[in-house]
Design a protein around this ligand. Structure first.
Ligand SMILES: [Zn+2]
Length: 527
């Protein structure tokens, strides 16, 4: 047996099972060919071209972000970050700084604002944003991406004026004179995205921005990302850019590109050696809880006539699903509210009534509100749920206003309930909504607290996950979602040598410290 690299003296969590630990493993041509103890490693040391001493450092499998929008994040980095703004007043101040440096007529964009933190307790309107500038078209985008506020110039350039009718009812807000207030939601946001010039001047600039972000992603311990396009909002994902980066030796992680339009899948045999592959076909059903557009069975507690927004009917969804299934695609469906979830569960049932199961797991993205009967139906279906545990840390301050105690205690962000029901959960960030640092997600799943440690004991603590369960979501469960459970996700013989060295033991430290874990080195395919 020849071995390219033999790693010894490690504190290695294989993640095959809880507490399964080894001291050594050997790799050849990017795959793990030996695992065992130091003593077993010494037996084969003569066959190793190189021996590397881990010096008792902590090793876990490389992690996966199962749901993010990589190009959206790259674009957002060019905009004014409003994350810290605690009032509309501060938003105006921050945006004014940018306006002073921008020539009139050019678009100015702000991102990541969160109106639940605003002292005014409301969304900004065109009147607020006109105070920044009337000679620049301005939009600001909520952190959830599902709401945009625009100034008067932006509205008129987009044609959103008195009498404008959006495709989906309720997506543009009007005052009593039928004038748009500047608040635009969901699909209707595209009217801006379609006319705003791309922030990158050319393909090279775009590629450089992506490359830079990918390097940072790898340094956080991610070895695979599932990145999703939202073409509607011009968050395209161009697979050829990742392929070029790979050819140039500049792709530090594996990338699964998921598109929101039907596409031709390549022959797996042709691409299996590549780090870049096509993944799921993304469908949307509803919006977000923050913007009160997630579709609910019962209305919002803080908006009694509002059930959220459904962007398609059951029949339309079924037709899309059937089309995708016929093409052999893996559908991945965004569903946040319980109504949206109910629709997607029905749709999966309907598809499987017509077609024999093709072996690909359906992916449900978010699933932030469930109930018992839905859970019973989900248990019987071949699906995975792609959750974003960091949402708990961000949303726990305001989501009770939206959904109320009853619904939340029964099925709000009910990760443990879902796991106990036998569902497979994967972990993601929905970046740019949350940070792609996977240890932020693991921290949230384990503690169910915000970044300051509030509330003590955790928010609906019965839904807390163990450290093992949380890391599984970001490793082997994510591999299971794409049918790659025999390829990666654990440190086992025959699997890809994707692993990370971290600076402290997540199983032994205070859970509050998990988000401070630093990655010492990331290995993809053994390098
Ligand atoms: Zn998303």
């Amino acid at each position: 047996m020849n071995i390219d690299k033999l790693f010894i003296n490690g504190n290695i969590y294989t993640m095959k099972e809880e507490n399964d630990k080894i001291e050594a493993f050997g790799i050849k041509e990017g795959k793990i060919v030996f695992t065992g103890s130091n003593i077993e490693a010494i037996d084969i040391i003569a066959y190793a071209k190189e021996v590397i001493d881990f010096e008792h450092q902590i090793i876990i499998p490389g992690l996966t972000d199962s749901h993010m929008h990589l190009y959206a994040h790259c674009k957002n980095l060019e905009d004014v970050n409003l994350e810290t703004a605690k009032s509309i007043e501060v938003v105006i101040e921050l945006m004014k700084i940018k306006a002073a440096k921008t020539s009139p007529g050019k678009w100015i964009k702000g991102v990541n604002f969160d109106d639940t933190k605003f002292s005014e307790g409301r969304l900004p309107t065109k009147t607020d944003l006109d105070k920044i500038s009337k000679v620049h078209p301005i939009i600001i985008r909520r952190s959830c991406l599902h709401v945009v506020c625009a100034n008067s110039l932006a509205l008129s350039l987009a044609g959103v004026v008195n009498g404008y009718k959006p495709d989906v009812n309720g997506t543009v807000e009007y005052d009593s004179h039928k004038d748009p207030t500047g608040i635009v939601r969901e699909q209707a946001i595209k009217v801006f995205d379609q006319i705003i010039p791309d922030c990158f001047n050319n393909r090279e600039e775009k590629k450089e921005a992506i490359s830079k972000v990918l390097r940072d992603i790898a340094s956080r311990g991610l070895t695979t990302v599932h990145t999703y396009a939202a073409k509607l909002w011009k968050y395209e994902e161009d697979i050829t850019i990742y392929r070029e980066l790979e050819k140039e030796g500049k792709l530090p992680v594996r990338v699964l590109v998921c598109l929101d339009e039907l596409f031709e899948k390549e022959d797996y045999n042709e691409t299996k050696m590549s780090r870049v592959t096509y993944g799921a076909y993304k469908l949307f059903i509803d919006g977000s809880l923050g913007s009160r557009s997630a579709a609910l069975i019962e209305p919002y507690c803080d908006d009694k006539n509002n059930y959220g927004i459904l962007i398609c009917t059951q029949e339309e969804l079924d037709n899309k699903m059937i089309k995708a299934y016929k093409k052999g695609m893996q559908p991945a469906i965004h569903a946040i509210g319980d109504k949206a979830l109910e629709m997607i569960v029905s749709s999966i049932e309907n598809v499987l009534n017509i077609f024999p199961y093709n072996g690909q797991r359906f992916r449900i993205i978010h699933a932030q509100l469930i109930n018992e009967s839905l859970l019973e139906r989900m248990k019987k279906l071949p699906l995975v749920v792609d959750i974003q545990p960091s949402f708990v840390s961000s949303d726990l301050h305001w989501v009770k206003d939206r959904l109320g105690e009853n619904r939340l205690s029964q099925g709000g962000y009910a990760w443990k309930t879902m796991l106990d029901a036998g569902l497979i959960l994967t972990g993601g960030s929905d970046c740019p909504v949350e940070s792609y640092n996977p240890f932020e997600g693991i921290f949230s799943a384990v503690t169910r607290q915000d970044r300051q440690g509030y509330p003590e004991g955790g928010w609906y603590p019965k839904e807390k996950l163990s450290v093992y369960e949380a890391i599984c979501m970001f490793s082997k469960n994510a591999a299971y979602a794409t049918g790659e459970e025999h390829v990666k996700g654990t440190i086992e013989k025959g699997k890809l040598a994707d692993f990370i060295i971290i600076d402290r033991d997540p199983f032994l430290i205070n859970p509050l410290d998990i988000r401070n874990i630093k990655v010492i080195k990331t290995f993809v395919g053994g390098v």
